[in-house]
Design a protein around this ligand. Structure first.
Ligand code: C2E
Ligand code: CA
Ligand code: CA
Length: 926
């Protein structure tokens, strides 16, 4: 039976209280009784002592009255039962009260019996017993008092007991209350309410217990929540792993490397393999489901597993009976018990394998297309280098794909088409347009070219930047050839392959526009063969055709790239010349020169039908430039001029404009005379000296002279152009060079002249002639002239085109020891930057600046500039055409140290020059 602690406490306390109170009350009551009895006895003894003394006389005299009197003193006293005085014999002598009949004498002097205290005393006198006194007191009063006190004691005891029970109960309740709270707290903690805190109450042991419990709860709470957190994390990671495994459709396992038995696995085998996990643990039952072909390979993977996870794929029979592809990612490890284990992750890769296979298949198909398609399929990087080419590339170009990859596309494009490729590629590569198509020629390995149509498209990266281009190249060579053929048929003459009338119209239109724009001139030459009809009629059309072809070929040889030679039909040809001189007369000369050249060319006999035949042309020339005319009008003019040439006796040339016609006739006559003069050696040389600032002759310039029987003296200004146009300048120039060198060789032996230079004018045409250097070398060798004394005077016009080649040639000549002077400096348009690169020794200030030096400040400034420029470049400067002292002074003051001109000497025959050198005097020629 369970007794509540409070009840135990209360019962215990009550029982103890009862016992204590009872003992106390009993003891007090007894004490009170005892002290009352003693008090009674004491006072009875005192009374008896007093009475004894008082009774002695009465006894001694035996006087009962006296005795009675004495006794009377105490009679009436409370509680006195009796007093008896007896004599020595025991006879009652006096008494008061009601004594008993028998007095017990000699008994104890004090006798206490319930309800009475009796005293028996002997009364003596001088040792002689007189009698005895017997006194008895009733104890009634004392007993009543004792009883009252006892009752009060009990009442007090009861009150004390009640109070102490009350206190015990209160205390018990209080204690049990606090204990209950402890209990509730403990229960709450036990129930998991770790946040519960027991009110501590007073600072005592219970409070301590409460504190300890609270601390315990707090600690528990803390460790509980950390445990919970860990638990949560653990749960989460387990959850994650599980979700992952479910999502990934993976199984993870750990196996015994010896037996292959799975010790642990996680994952949904049902979902992945279609079988329960139980069938997987055992190695044998598992292996029965693995494709026999793959099993050895899988076992090998397990056997050789290392710490580094490795994948191995194999087929596995799914619960449905189908084969699926699994991939085990296996690694070897040791578990927490240090046992070796195999760990693995098994994945279903069927879809992946299928996709892979499909991809391979589609790649193969794509490869097949790529490898066998006739178009080139390409890809380039952002810099325009091949990054992919299919075999069609090799078929197209002969270059292998390997050697081509990484090289720029432009490397494979014909140089003429590179600008076109550039213009086409740039916008695609820069992403301005997404794609484009263009036709260019691709070079082939054997040095040929093929027309391709390029289609290119830009490919953008994630930043929308062009990262590459891709596209196709289609061989369109055949189509181009067909197109070309069509074009040729449309625009070219079938017989001679020259442009036909339509193309001529086009070209002429363009030429007119260009001349108009450039403020230049062009010319149309209408050429008709003089005796073609006869040849055609007598020898037949085939021979006629042959002649036309030969004529075309010959004429074509003299054409510049910019000129057009066309066949109008029959024996009519037309030449269009571009870029002629801005001055109409000079332009006419150029046109005429070509015309005459053609006449000269056709003069050579043709081989026709195994025989040599002559065929001459009649040429009509007209110029075009600033005036507005039409193509037809020009052709008509040229045609008209051609008829004039025919009328003039054929094999000649005629201009449409009368003044030009006259000039042309004049030139033609001059040319004829010139040729004759060359044959007859009608030329000779004069020499004009040049001097230093001391007036000392330093050398002389050789100047050609032509003495014509009718015309008289012809100026080199007139005949040199004729010589140049006819190409005869080389012959003439060679003669001049030879004469001068012979002179130099002679001078070398003459001490008066040995230190002098001789200058020769070399025209651009002559200098450019391929044989020039060779001939010069030969002349120097043959004559033995000292090269250091020979000066070649060149004009700036020489530098107008192919400057590089000219400079090279000048350097070669310079190496021979021959020096150069730049003639007529200031009149040409040579760029100053070239001057530095030319191996020059002298600049000759053109005489036009010297002439007006004192009149025109511009000329003065130019002359001055040339002097300072030549100083800067370290070149000698010669002023030409110095006629007056003033001009000389002006030039001297500016720093010019060398002069040529009538002031010092006219061009004179050699003998006169030598005379002058010796005498210091000038002869006269001009
Ligand atoms: P150039 O080379 O400038 O020759 C100087 C010309 O100025 C010469 O004319 C000469 O007689 C003339 N002259 C010299 N001093 C004076 C002067 O004080 N006042 C004036 N007004 N004229 C003076 P020329 O002899 O009539 O020669 C004309 C041009 O013909 C030469 O000009 C030269 O370019 C060319 N030439 C002459 N001989 C030859 C030659 O053998 N071969 C080549 N290719 N051209 C030559
Ligand atoms: Ca000259
Ligand atoms: Ca000159």
């Amino acid at each position: 039976m369970r007794l509540r602690f409070s009840l135990q406490l209360i019962i215990g306390a009550v029982l103890i209280q009862i016992a204590m109170v009872s003992v106390l009350v009993w003891n007090t009551t007894r004490e009170i009784q005892n002290s009352h009895a003693q008090l009674l006895v004491g006072s009875a003894q005192q009374q008896s002592v007093l009475m004894t003394s008082a009774l002695v006389p009465g006894l001694a005299y035996r006087d009962p009255v006296v005795l009675q009197e004495v006794l009377g003193l105490v009679a009436g006293e409370r509680d006195l039962q009796y007093v008896v005085v007896t004599d020595a014999a025991g006879h009652r002598l006096a008494w008061v009260g009601t004594p008993p009949d028998i007095l017990h004498h000699g008994d104890a002097p004090v006798e206490v019996v319930p309800g009475r205290v009796s005293i028996n005393r002997d009364i003596e006198l001088e040792g002689q017993r007189l009698g005895a006194l017997h006194v008895a007191y009733a104890t009634t009063y004392a007993d009543a008092l004792t009883e009252a006190l006892g009752r009060r004691n009990v009442t007090l005891g009861m009150v004390v007991l009640f109070l102490s029970v009350l206190a015990a109960v209160t205390f018990a309740l209080m204690v049990t209350g606090r204990l209950r709270r402890l209990k509730e707290g403990a229960q709450a903690i036990r129930a998991g309410n770790l946040g519960y805190r027991i009110p501590a109450g007073t600072n005592d042991e219970v409070g301590d217990v409460a504190h300890s419990l609270n601390a315990l709860a707090a600690e528990l709470d803390q460790s509980h929540s950390s445990l919970e957190r860990q638990n949560l994390q653990l749960n989460r990671s387990v959850d994650r792993l599980e979700t992952l495994l479910q999502g990934a459709e993976a199984i993870i396992w750990e196996a015994d490397p010896q037996t292959g038995e799975w010790r642990f696995m996680s994952g949904d085998t049902h979902a992945i393999l279609g079988i329960p996990a139980s069938r997987m643990y055992d190695a044998q039952s598992r292996e029965r489901l693995i494709h026999p072909t793959d099993l050895p390979h899988l076992r090998e993977a397990w056997r050789t597993a290392t710490a580094h996870p490795r994948p191995v794929d194999y087929r596995f029979r799914h619960g449905s009976g189908e084969w699926i592809w699994l991939r085990d990612i296996v690694s070897a490890a040791t578990d927490s018990d240090k046992r070796p284990v195999l760990r693995g992750l098994t994945l279903d890769v069927t879809v992946h394998r299928k996709a892979e296979a499909a991809l391979k298949q589609s790649e193969a198909r794509y490869r097949e297309v790529l490898d066998h398609i006739s178009e080139v399929i390409f890809r380039t990087d952002g810099e325009g280098r091949w990054t992919m080419l299919n075999p069609a590339w090799t078929e197209l170009t002969g270059f292998t794909v390997e050697e081509s990859l990484g090289r720029p596309v432009s490397e494979f494009v014909l140089s003429e088409d590179k600008p076109c490729l550039e213009a086409f590629c740039a916008p695609v590569i820069q992403g301005h347009i997404p794609f484009d198509r263009e036709e260019v020629r691709i070079v082939t390995r054997d040095g040929g070219a093929r027309w391709v149509s390029i289609y290119a498209r830009s490919s953008l990266d994630e930043h929308q930047q062009v990262s590459a281009t891709f596209g196709t190249l289609v061989d369109i060579t055949e189509r181009k050839a067909a197109e070309e053929e069509i074009r040729r048929l449309a625009f070219y003459d079938n017989l001679t392959s020259l442009p036909n009338r339509s193309l001529l119209h086009d070209r002429l239109n363009q030429a007119m526009a260009t001349a108009h724009r450039n403020k230049g001139h062009g010319a149309v030459l209408f050429i008709d063969l003089d005796n073609f009809k006869d040849i055609n009629d007598t020898l037949g059309h085939e021979v006629g055709d042959d002649l036309l072809r030969q004529v075309a070929r010959r004429m074509l040889r003299t054409m510049r790239q910019t000129d057009t030679l066309a066949r109008l039909g029959g024996d009519e040809f037309v030449v269009v010349l571009n870029d002629l001189h801005p001055d109409p007369l000079r332009a006419a000369t150029q046109a005429e020169a070509l015309g005459r050249k053609l006449i000269g060319l056709l003069q050579e006999p043709f081989r026709l039908d195994k025989r040599e035949r002559h065929c001459t042309p009649s040429i009509g020339v007209t110029l075009f430039g600033q005036e507005n005319t039409t193509v037809d009008e020009l052709l008509r003019q040229a045609d008209l001029a051609m008829y004039r040439a025919k009328a003039a006796g054929r094999n000649t040339l005629s201009f449409f404009a009368p003044e030009m016609h006259r000039a042309a006739e004049e030139r033609a006559a001059l040319e004829a005379d010139f040729r004759k003069a060359l044959r007859d050696r009608d030329f000779f040389l004069h020499y004009q000296p040049y001097v230093d600032d001391q007036g000392q002759v330093r050398g002389a310039e050789a100047l050609l002279r032509w003495q014509h029987p009718e015309r008289g003296r012809v100026s080199p200004m007139e005949f040199i152009p004729v010589a140049e146009q006819t190409g005869l300048i080389t012959e003439l120039g060679h003669w001049v060079l030879e004469s001068v060198c012979r002179e130099l060789a002679a001078w070398a032996k003459n001490p008066d002249c040995a230190q002098l230079d001789l200058a020769v004018n070399v025209s651009a045409y002559q200098f450019r002639h391929p044989d020039f250097v060779r001939e010069l070398t030969t002349v120097l060798e043959q004559t033995g002239a000292p090269p250091g004394k020979l000066v070649l005077e060149l004009t700036e016009s020489l530098l107008l085109d192919d400057t590089k080649a000219v400079i090279e040639r000048m350097n070669t000549v310079r190496e021979l020891g021959v020096s150069f002077a730049l003639d007529d400096f200031g009149t040409g348009y040579s760029s100053l930057s070239y001057l530095k690169r030319l191996p020059l020794s002298k600049l000759k200030i053109d005489q036009s600046f010297v002439r007006d030096l004192l009149l025109d400040p511009n000329d003065a400034a130019i002359a001055e500039m040339i002097i300072s420029l030549s100083k800067t470049l370290g070149l000698e400067v010669i002023a030409e055409g110095v006629e007056t002292r003033e001009q000389l002074d002006f030039l001297s003051v500016r720093g010019c140290r060398c002069f040529q001109g009538y002031l010092f000497g006219h061009p004179v025959p050699l003998a006169d020059l030598e005379d002058l050198i010796l005498t210091g005097r000038t002869g006269t020629d001009d």
